[in-house]
Ligand binder design. Structure first.
Ligand code: M6R
Length: 590
């Protein structure tokens, strides 16, 4: 994750770029940098947050109406001033910012070293700057053509913007596997890794497609070409439906907390117009479009990464139990490199907040070639996954700015639950009475989440008791096993504490050896199937003096008597439990 912002027009570029970087800072705060030209070429880079860059630049005479800027989350080379972007080509003329990873950069670097190039940084991005320079200088072509030719030699993922300090009349942008959007203003253009830094200036945007290179002129119209086929493409101008207020964090300490608190509202949004308990129906437009193929499918294959993969695991329980559908859940990053057996009788469901995750996209492309029906459950409207899939359901969670996914996860679960309940009823695998019960309970879920959020102060206290631990275990069974995985991921990501999630019964097959008085063990022990067995698992942890934090159903007594801390969640039907049991785990933080 890194953030890109670029500007060309009549304004001073620096304030536009710095404001853009502040909006994108959540995407990486190892270092930040900016390049601006007005004939004189200024490049400033600094390790640390955008504020450090601002301090570094303060006092300098930095002026110009064209520029690029970047906030970095290091992949190649440690976070320092030299490895920060923008990177400059060998002759000092071109500057480039880049999100993604150039996988064959070593091979290209070796060839360039043999030609006499020398490199200052350890990054793959600097190699790309030198490669573009080779084509620009030696082939004597336009900058956009040099970028295109260089990119035909590159494998990996990228979103890049390139500027030429000796020609201030254009920027060149390109993407493959990493999003890039061009904002179209009055006699000015913006470019960014997402629309947030752009919408204060214009709502008219063009989302670049994969493998496209775009020339952004100071005056006139942008022009787009496909990288490999070198064919002219028609830019599709769209209106971004995003309000600036949605991007502000208000009184919350940080975006993640804001988004956790938005969950009651977004769950209502995810279900709006799709479910009605008074009339007893669930309607998902996406499913209606592909009803027959979905009904005839041999199996569902769910592809996703990270948190979205965890909701896929929960969906497996839902679809198997309610709709008796065979389900396989795959890490998209593994699936795409295997040779999986996919046919035109499969439905491949992609789960993704951003709709841009490169591995998930690649997995879908592979499934498409094999004739599978593609269904997307994504948050970002118009994203690459949304466009590639045959049908789908948007999550409608609004922008998720916190890197740690929260509201997109519970939103995905609400949609997956609606799908499973609907398909189960259509197939006759659940009776009408249970269908009605689940529909009614889904409608109650937002207010139950609201109530649960009141436990924040108690959870903060519990977190303060375990904040010095170096490791933690998360245990759950059935529907709560993937929730345990998700809880452990959140702790790692947010509190930098090593944590592992396990099916509770697996503990005795090894991990139990780790338990002592220094090991916090978070057990999700709601009162449904396997409850008695989870009580035994808690006993095992206590026998080894582990510190148990238990997530239990309201009114629980058995676990409350033995656990060190308990957090109660409202009762609900078992398939819906994860939407509630994950909330306290999102709130545990240092
Ligand atoms: O946008 P996606 O849902 O496709 O992203 C997949 C993962 O990168 C993402 O869920 C990641 O694991 C979360 N940010 C973790 O909180």
């Amino acid at each position: 994750m890194c953030g890109i912002v670029a500007y060309i027009g009549k304004r001073e570029a620096y304030p536009v770029l710095i404001n853009g970087l502040k909006m994108l800072e959540y995407r990486g705060y190892d270092s930040a940098g900016v390049a601006i030209s007005n004939g004189d070429f200024h490049v400033y880079k600094k390790k640390g947050k955008v504020q450090e860059l601002i301090k570094h630049v303060s006092g300098a005479k930095i002026s110009g109406t064209i520029g690029i800027a970047h906030t970095r989350w290091a992949t190649h080379g440690k976070p320092d001033d030299i490895n920060a972007h923008p990177h400059v080509s060998g002759n000092g003329r071109l500057a480039i910012i880049h999100n993604g990873i150039i996988e064959n950069y070593n091979v290209i670097k070796k060839a360039l070293l043999e030609k006499g190039h020398t490199f200052k940084s350890q990054t793959d991005t600097e190699v790309l700057a030198h490669l573009i320079e080779e084509y620009y200088e030696k082939a004597g072509v336009s900058l956009e053509e040099a970028v295109r030719l260089a990119l035909t030699k590159v494998t990996g993922a990228y979103a890049i913007v390139v500027m030429d300090s000796e020609n201030n009349d254009k920027l060149v942008a390109a993407r493959k596997g990493s999003p890039l959007v061009v904002g179209i203003g009055e006699d000015e253009f913006f470019c960014a890794s997402d629309a947030s830094p752009i919408i204060a200036y214009t709502k008219r945007v063009v989302y670049l497609n994969d493998e496209e290179v775009c020339m952004i002129p100071r005056e006139g119209r942008i022009s787009i070409k496909s990288i490999m086929a070198n064919e002219e493409q028609t830019p599709l101008v769209q209106k971004v439906d995003l309000k600036i207020e949605e991007l502000e964090k208000g009184d919350f300490e940080h975006y993640m907390l804001k988004e956790i608190y938005e969950q009651p509202k977004i769950l209502i949004e995810a279900m709006r117009g799709r479910l009605n308990s008074n009339e007893g129906w669930i309607k998902l437009g996406g499913i209606d479009q592909v009803k027959k193929r979905m009904a005839d499918a041999d199996r569902f294959v769910i592809v996703a990464c990270g948190t979205s993969w965890h909701s896929g695991l929960i969906a497996e329980y839902m679809f198997e139990e309610l709709a008796r559908t065979q389900v396989e859940v795959e890490y998209a990053s593994e699936f795409r490199y295997r040779n999986p057996i996919i046919t035109d009788r499969d439905v491949v469901i992609a789960l993704s907040q951003s709709g841009e995750t490169a591995d998930t996209l690649a997995a879908l492309e592979m499934a498409k070639k094999n004739g599978a029906l593609l269904y997307g459950i994504v948050n970002v409207v118009g994203s690459s996954i949304a466009r590639l899939t045959d049908a789908g359901s948007y999550i409608h969670a609004g922008p998720e700015i916190g890197v740690a996914s929260t509201k997109a996860f519970t939103g995905q679960l609400a949609i997956l639950a609606m799908m499973a309940i609907h398909l189960g009823y259509e197939k006759g695998t659940i009776p009408r009475s249970y269908y009605n019960q689940l529909v009614a309970e889904l409608e109650n879920i937002p207010s139950k989440v609201e109530k649960l959020l009141e436990a924040d102060a108690q959870i903060k206290y519990i977190a303060s008791e375990i904040k010095d631990a170096n490791n933690a275990l998360y245990l759950g069974r059935g529907y709560n096993f993937p929730v345990a995985l998700e809880g452990a991921l959140k702790l790692k990501e947010i509190s930098y504490i090593h944590a592992e999630g396990y099916p509770a019964a697996e503990m005795k097959h090894g991990p139990i050896a780790l338990i002592d008085e220094n090991m916090p063990v978070v057990v999700i022990a709601t009162n449904k199937s396997s409850y008695e067995k989870v009580v035994s698992n808690v006993q095992e942890v206590k026998a080894r003096k582990g510190k148990v934090i238990a997530i239990v159903t309201e009114g629980d007594t058995a676990i409350s008597e033995i656990a060190d801390y308990t957090i109660e969640i409202p009762d609900t039907d078992e398939p819906l439990t994860p939407i509630l049991s994950v909330i306290p785990l999102q709130l545990i933080r240092k």
